[in-house]
Design a protein around this ligand. Structure first.
Ligand SMILES: *[C@@H]1O[C@H](CO)[C@@H](O)[C@H](O)[C@H]1NC(C)=O
Ligand SMILES: *[C@@H]1O[C@H](CO)[C@@H](O)[C@H](O)[C@H]1NC(C)=O
Ligand SMILES: *[C@@H]1O[C@H](CO)[C@@H](O)[C@H](O)[C@H]1NC(C)=O
Length: 196
């Protein structure tokens, strides 16, 4: 038994298993929240006028997570605004304006974040989302600043040498899954090689 545990094949399997555990944890640690779930981002229906307030209540957000707003780009947009503008539905001079239909907001600090639509009248019809990250009180919320991409990519152990990267990590919101898929693929082939 002890000999098997020290054999190179067993070590290959063990490292591959460890790598998968790390990857699964990374996937769980950085969550992409699809705003509104099935309702996506749009005018709330009369059947569910408080859809975004409820959605935000049943989700927990942390640094490293992101919010994905999905909507038809010709009909809607997302703006991040201050608390005052959120309450008064003032869409002049937003902190951040996004209108590509597939907008990713990266949570990089704790605080309170306020979003609404940039389309006239949509805020008044309760197309607005408020989230709290890190249980920071809104009275002394430190930052409303726009977010940028995560400052550093998660680092994986490189027991199998370099990890394949997709050609353009910035363009697609699913690039994380592509990287994870590629790494799982190489871990699996390492396992297979371990048996040969
Ligand atoms: C709306 O916000 C802008 C920029 O913050 C401000 O200059 C303007 O006075 C606000 N309008 C109202 C009606 O509060
Ligand atoms: C959030 O903070 C408030 C006080 O600021 C505290 O009373 C409350 O228990 C905290 N909630 C959680 C989930 O930590
Ligand atoms: C959030 O990050 C993604 C990928 O890292 C990037 O494409 C997107 O532009 C970022 N969003 C903002 C609002 O900066």
């Amino acid at each position: 038994m002890a000999t098997i545990l020290r054999s190179p094949r067993f070590l290959h399997l063990w490292y591959a298993f460890q790598l998968l555990v790390v990857l699964l944890q990374t996937k769980v640690l950085c969550y992409q929240h699809k705003v509104g779930d099935l309702d996506a981002w749009g005018l709330p229906t009369s059947a569910n006028p408080l859809v975004y307030a409820k959605w935000s209540k049943y989700n927990t957000f942390k640094i490293g997570d992101s919010l994905l707003f999905l909507y038809p780009p010709s009909q809607d947009s997302v703006i991040q605004v201050t608390k005052q503008s959120f309450e008064s539905c003032n869409s002049t001079d937003p902190i951040l304006y996004m209108n590509n239909g597939n907008s990713l907001f990266n949570i990089t600090t704790n605080g309170n974040f306020y979003f609404t639509s940039g389309e006239a009248g949509h805020c008044q019809k309760k197309q607005k989302l408020y989230i709290n990250v890190g249980n920071v009180s809104s009275a002394d919320s430190p930052s409303y600043g726009p977010s940028s991409g995560p400052s550093s990519a998660p680092s994986y152990p490189t027991v199998f040498g370099s990890i394949p990267q997709p050609p353009s990590p910035s363009s697609s919101p699913s690039s994380t899954s592509v990287i994870i898929g590629a790494v799982i693929g190489s871990a699996i082939s390492a396992v297979i090689n371990g048996f040969m």
